[in-house]
Design a protein around this ligand. Structure first.
Ligand SMILES: Cc1cc2nc3c(=O)[nH]c(=O)nc-3n(C[C@H](O)[C@H](O)[C@H](O)COP(=O)(O)O)c2cc1C
Length: 372
């Protein structure tokens, strides 16, 4: 029977042990690091005897034993087996996203009973004390924001349908009052709850575990009363803490992967995860997914709230993480950017919206049917 190394396989060291981790349905197994050489020999379909001949410095017994344990671990697949077909299919579907995205997806799939992550589960508790509830920069110069209450009474249905991603902004500055309402409504605390161990806060967006691991940083370009530069929104104080002076349209565009339009926004918002706030309670790596989902929730609430305030919202997944982190003074190790939002007063281009689909566009579209 011929065997081949799984296409969907990631190998790494964990706690000093060499781990082979096939996916989608495989589980991690520890093997001797020399097994990597045996796996290398099975790049294409090969019978174990031929593989043995290509590894002359290993005894036949060693190769036989390695092949047995690697097959058991799901890293060597038998030609024609269901596992081999699924492996090929998975590799085909994930294409250029593999191995990074596919490994993360499948390695964190299904709830691991040893590390409960569900809302009802007790969860994991790191013995270390919980990180502070609100990130703060006590030594930074700060601007306490006004606390107007007006501006959010537009009808919900109207806001929902008016929300569009804007890529065209006017030169009109956003007022500090409007920015204050937006920040408080989207990122500020709404109420405080007892987690059974300490206080947590809730926002207007659902956030998995209410851990509030996402901190809010701002790149200010065109806001009345604020110098262009980088700030942190302190939700406890409802203040902006100045981290670094200076931000230009060009820099904003470069940070957002050369998207020129974003430089015309009045401000950028960087959502940065303070990972330990989540991981101190939930040890399972699956919860990184929850951090990403949480960022999406905040993004949508930001877009709707900005719309209700008459601003044009935008968001981007395309940004240069390392310099963005540097500008927000983040270490980018345990405190790392996940999402970038932006807003400003809409420009005359009506949001730079894409054209409405025409008969030609529909003619080039397969509207339904099989995906293959
Ligand atoms: C997570 C996320 C990432 C996005 N990234 C970009 C981006 O990098 N550049 C961009 O121009 N638009 C980006 N957008 C905006 C989408 O292109 C936009 O939402 C989509 O075209 C639908 O238009 P609408 O938002 O007006 O409904 C992003 C939207 C989301 C939710």
């Amino acid at each position: 029977m011929r065997l081949r190394r799984a296409r969907c396989l990631t190998c790494y060291w964990h706690d000093g042990l060499f781990v082979v981790h096939p996916y989608p349905q495989g589980t991690p197994s520890t093997v001797h690091p020399a097994a990597a050489e045996v796996l290398t020999a099975f790049d294409e379909w090969l019978d174990p005897e031929t593989a043995d001949r290509s590894l002359p410095h290993l005894t036949a017994e060693t190769v036989r034993e390695a092949v047995r344990s690697l097959t058991e671990a799901g890293t060597l697949l038998a030609e024609g087996s269901c596992e081999a077909v699924r492996d090929e299919e998975t590799a085909r579907h994930w294409r250029t996203w593999a191995p990074e995205a596919s490994f993360f997806h499948y390695a964190t799939q299904d709830i691991d009973d040893r590390q409960p992550a569900g809302a009802g589960a007790a969860g994991f508790r790191d013995p270390a004390p919980d990180p502070v509830l609100f990130t703060g920069y006590p030594d930074a110069p700060r601007v306490l924001l006004p606390r107007p209450i007006a501006g959010l009474d537009a009808p919900y249905g109207q806001v929902l349908h008016a929300r569009r991603t804007h890529r065209d902004f006017s030169d009109a500055p956003v007022s500090l009052g409007t920015l204050g309402v937006l920040l408080a409504a989207v990122f500020g605390p709404v109420d405080f709850i007892d987690s059974g161990r300490a206080a947590l806060y809730r926002r207007t967006s659902p956030q998995g575990g209410a851990r509030q691991e996402l901190d809010t940083y701002l790149g200010i370009l065109n806001v009345t009363g604020l110098d262009p530069g980088w700030y942190h929104y302190n939700g406890l104080e409802h203040s902006l803490e100045l981290l670094a002076v200076g931000l230009t349209r060009d820099e904003a565009a470069v940070l957002c992967a050369d998207q020129e339009w974003i430089g015309a926004a009045a401000f950028l918002v960087v959502l940065a995860a303070r990972l330990e706030r989540m991981s101190v309670k939930y040890a399972t790596p699956r919860c990184y997914r929850v951090c990403l989902l949480n960022a999406g929730h905040l993004g949508q609430t930001f877009a709707l709230t900005a719309t209700a305030l008459g601003l044009g919202p935008a968001e981007t997944g395309a940004f240069r993480d390392t310099p963005v982190a540097r500008r927000c003074t983040l270490d980018n190790t345990g405190h790392t950017p996940l999402h970038v939002l932006a807003a400003g007063h809409p420009g005359p281009g009506g949001g730079n919206a894409p054209p409405t689909a025409t008969a030609d566009a529909f003619g080039a579209t397969r509207l339904s049917g099989s995906t293959t």
